[in-house]
Design a protein around this ligand. Structure first.
Ligand code: MG
Length: 130
């Protein structure tokens, strides 16, 4: 992660882009996220079907890279410790959604969106805040 952050910092400095506004980076993250979502517009492909489509996975890689690059640019310009921030958030999410409970309710291919326990926890935490 550190290597990547250094490379992105250098990339920004070399181009004189090291004063980009965070609001512009936030917009760019969402625009690239929309491009990622567009790859799945009108289709609800299951994981295995996407994995088997080399062409689609190649397109996902490109859009995912765009999202990640803008996200890391924002982190670098705001002096955010990316790895530390992600690890702290994962610690929080691991506690919020206990693995044993989530696994017990998980149905193959359904994702968490159909899990009533997931929604109960999500709504309860939303009222309290992070
Ligand atoms: Mg793109």
């Amino acid at each position: 992660m550190e290597k990547l952050e250094k490379r992105i910092k250098r990339f920004l400095q070399e181009r004189g882009w090291n004063h980009l506004r965070p609001s512009d980076l936030a917009k760019s993250i969402m625009i690239e996220g929309a491009e990622l979502l567009e790859l799945f517009q009108w289709e609800n492909l299951e994981l295995e079907k996407v994995r088997r489509s080399k062409e689609l996975v190649d397109e996902v890689k490109k859009e995912l890279a765009d999202v990640l690059i803008y996200a890391i640019q924002m982190a670098v310009l705001l002096d955010i410790d990316t790895a530390g921030t992600v690890n702290r958030k994962l610690d929080y999410v691991e506690k919020k959604y206990p693995a044993e409970l989530m696994r017990k309710n998980a149905k193959k291919g359904s994702g968490s969106g159909r899990d009533a326990e997931y929604w109960r926890i999500k709504k309860k935490k939303k009222k309290k805040g992070p």
